[in-house]
Design a protein around this ligand. Sequence first.
Ligand SMILES: NC(=O)c1ccc[n+]([C@@H]2O[C@H](COP(=O)([O-])OP(=O)(O)OC[C@H]3O[C@@H](n4cnc5c(N)ncnc54)[C@H](OP(=O)(O)O)[C@@H]3O)[C@@H](O)[C@H]2O)c1
Length: 227
Amino acid sequence: MPTVMITGANRGLGLEFARQYGADGWTVIGTCRDPFNPGELATIEGDIQVHGLDVANHPQVDHLAKDLNGVAIDVLINNAGIYGPRNYKPEDIDYAAWEEVMRVNVMAPLKVAAAFAGNVAAGDQKKLVTVSSRMGSIADNTSGDFYVYRSSKAAVNAAMVSFAHDTADRGLIVALLHPGWVKTDMGGDGGDLTPTESIARLRKVIAGLGPADNGHFFNHDGSKIPW
Ligand SMILES: NC(=O)c1ccc[n+]([C@@H]2O[C@H](COP(=O)([O-])OP(=O)(O)OC[C@H]3O[C@@H](n4cnc5c(N)ncnc54)[C@H](OP(=O)(O)O)[C@@H]3O)[C@@H](O)[C@H]2O)c1
């Protein structure tokens, strides 16, 4: 069976990815910041391997890549992310907090992608996806606001399109995904979708990815989102 690696797999969408792939018989490499306290990730069924990883900690990323050297990964999911301060008046922005959001939402996915590209290239499926957000679409920004989160997701989209071009010759399929507005700690209770619904849809999108989809941005229903 294939292997999937998921960052931020201890709660929210990452946990649901782990649950669904695990239930389907995949080997799941689930990473979380505190491997001694992985929450529900420790209790889900299947071939689940838990590893500690703070995605913003580059030496930790390198260390895990060394530990997993030679392990083929069919699908790598850059899922871990933060929203940052929800105080959006331009004059009140907490710039230090914005830097942290950029470290977690932009630099970390690229660092993880670069560190594990060899594992993904060694997999049969060669898919590397990043959970972005429609909030990062500049074309879709018709209401303003949300400076910190929007800019982080727009930036990770830009970084991953470059990564898609730069790794195409190794056969990697790099895509950006929007999960919808989902009821998680980040999405809150008002979300349109449950994690079960969102992840079932995203897994279908991931399953359907082919070489022609390299460097594209997909909604959870499989349609393309404009940059
Ligand atoms: N929910 C939505 O409506 C929605 C919509 C669009 C996009 N997204 C994106 O979907 C992804 C998952 O979101 P979610 O709704 O599941 O959020 P969530 O419930 O807040 O969970 C976030 C996950 O990311 C992990 N994480 C945060 N910073 C990390 C770091 N430095 N290193 C490792 N793990 C870290 C968290 O781990 P800890 O438990 O250690 O904090 C947690 O596992 C994010 O990229 C988010 O931007 C969500």
